[in-house]
Write a protein that binds this ligand. Structure first.
Ligand code: JAH
Length: 248
């Protein structure tokens, strides 16, 4: 899978790709990430990438010409990306489902916003989709682009060693993950739940499922509306709701 990232901070992107699962995927040729310095597509002697907003007001706006020239270069040199993303707080939510959709694309480009954002005409001219990784303001889209590359790359076969762990990841199942423990069995005065030491695999599965449901109910109850729950899950959830109403 090919990614192209356009940014005024190419070293920030390279630093974020330099280690870990994504770096290994890149070394192994499973993903091909090209990083493009937006200033290389400027035409003036100051290499300007921003300008004052029409209509006045605070801040600066990304100029359209360098962005469109960068996209033209990507198309010539690397082929036409199937999806063009702009990272922005105004975008629709980037979710695990969106990561799955993108992982089926051969080529994705990401334009990183800076300042107050980019000239709105760029979005229609390059046919871009605005995506947001969450409801907070960053200093620019670079960290959001790295988040997208990471979440999408892990879904490409071979990128993560253990396929089962990818399938069982939080959100792949629509629920939060259950608590994890490793040795020693007692630490800081806290014991690992006995059932996990028991070797009763069916009991372990049931405990984990209930713990995942309990966490989701406590922390992200809205996820339960969309989660696909089987009969056992619904019984466990009823049990939890009864336990909770009994205790308060
Ligand atoms: C901030 C341009 N949803 C995360 C996100 C993505 C991009 C930006 N902020 C948050 C951003 C300033 C300028 C983009």
């Amino acid at each position: 899978m090919k990614f192209d990232i356009v940014t005024i901070f190419p070293r920030t992107i390279e630093a974020g790709l330099a280690e870990g699962v994504v770096a290994r995927a890149r070394e192994r040729g499973l993903i091909d990430v090209a990083v493009h310095d937006l200033r290389e597509f400027t035409a003036d002697r100051h290499r300007s990438v921003d300008d004052v907003p029409y209509g006045g007001g605070p801040g600066m706006v990304m100029k359209p010409e360098p962005l469109v020239r960068a996209v033209e270069r990507i198309r010539q040199a690397r082929g036409a990306p199937r999806v063009m993303l702009v990272t922005s707080p105004q975008g629709r939510a980037f979710t695990q489902a969106e990561a799955v959709r993108l992982s089926g694309m051969a080529h994705v480009a990401i334009l990183c916003g800076r300042y107050e954002g980019m000239d709105e005409r760029v979005l229609s001219l390059v046919d871009a989709e605005e995506v947001s990784i969450g409801d907070y303001v960053l200093s620019g889209g670079e960290l959001a682009a790295l988040v997208i590359v990471d979440a999408v790359s892990r879904l490409i076969p071979g990128v993560v060693g253990d396929e089962q762990s990818v399938e069982e990841d939080s959100f792949s199942r629509g629920l939060l993950d259950y608590p994890h423990y490793t040795r020693p069995a007692e630490f800081g005065g806290l014991r690992v739940p006995d059932v996990l030491l028991s070797g009763h695999h069916a009991e372990v599965r049931r405990w984990r499922r209930k713990a995942a449901l309990a966490r989701t109910l406590d922390r992200r109850p809205e996820l339960l509306d969309a989660a696909v729950l089987d009969e056992e899950d619904r019984a466990l959830l009823d049990e939890l709701r009864r336990e909770r109403s009994g205790r308060t």
